[in-house]
Design a protein around this ligand. Structure first.
Ligand code: DX5
Ligand code: ZN
Length: 218
């Protein structure tokens, strides 16, 4: 499985979105990470469908949508229509997670589950075989630019063991506070997709920063 970088558009310049999308298109980045927040599941509102539609018009790489919303089931078809390739819902927001995962796949997308920092890996034991991706939150969801929670490494290796034990082909994504300081250790612990928002878009040269991260995790 190759190691991937997914810049988070939450940290892009919304007044120059097309410029930042083209930067990602022309960089060594692998995916676009799109954070959808509803102000209910998380204490922040990011952007919604019209913005994703505009992003999809220009983006030439995989669109990885991270839903931080309650009742994600009611929007599954909408996100598929908007061009999401991967749709990730929060474990904490889904009462009938198995049903939600099947609905995401039936709508033609890859299915992911995100875990908040306090949610143990063990809750995934009976769903792991159905998942294409697990997103381990390494910050509390809701905002970019927060510091990385060190307990994440332990969770990554626990998840890697679970994936190996069940022979699942699930990818492990890390979201929050990713920089050149923790990228290598995360890959060594077993992760293979790193989301990076403020570290990439806050850099003087985002294209080079993406290339550096790719180099670190190669
Ligand atoms: C946080 C979002 C993240 C965020 C990461 O709730 O899910 O994707 O954009 O931003 P950084 O890399 O700045 O922590
Ligand atoms: Zn995210």
């Amino acid at each position: 499985m190759s190691n991937l970088i997914a810049p988070s558009i939450l940290a892009a310049d919304f007044a120059n979105l097309q410029k930042d999308i083209e930067m990602v298109n022309n960089s060594e980045a692998d995916w676009f990470h799109i954070d959808i927040m509803d102000g209910v599941f998380v204490p922040n509102i990011s952007f919604g469908m019209p913005v994703l539609k505009a992003i999809n018009k220009h983006a030439t790489k995989t669109i990885d949508v991270h839903l931080m919303i309650v009742n994600p089931d009611q929007y599954i078809q909408t996100f598929s229509d908007l061009g999401a390739d991967i749709l990730t819902v929060h474990y904490e927001a889904c009462t009938h997670l198995h049903r939600t995962i099947q609905a995401i796949k039936a709508a033609g997308m890859k299915a992911g589950v995100a875990l908040n920092p306090h949610t143990p890996i063990a809750v995934l034991e009976d769903i792991i075989a159905d998942l294409d991706l697990v997103c381990i939150m390494s910050v509390n969801p809701g905002f970019g630019g927060q510091s990385f929670i060190e307990n994440t490494y332990k969770k990554v290796s626990q998840l890697r063991h679970l994936i190996e034990f069940t022979e699942s082909s699930c990818q492990i994504e890390i979201d929050g506070g990713v920089t050149n300081k923790n990228a290598n250790k995360l890959i060594e612990a077993g992760a293979n997709v790193l989301v990076a928002g403020s570290y990439v878009f806050g850099a003087e040269n985002p294209t080079e920063t993406i290339a550096d991260l790719k180099n670190i995790i190669a």
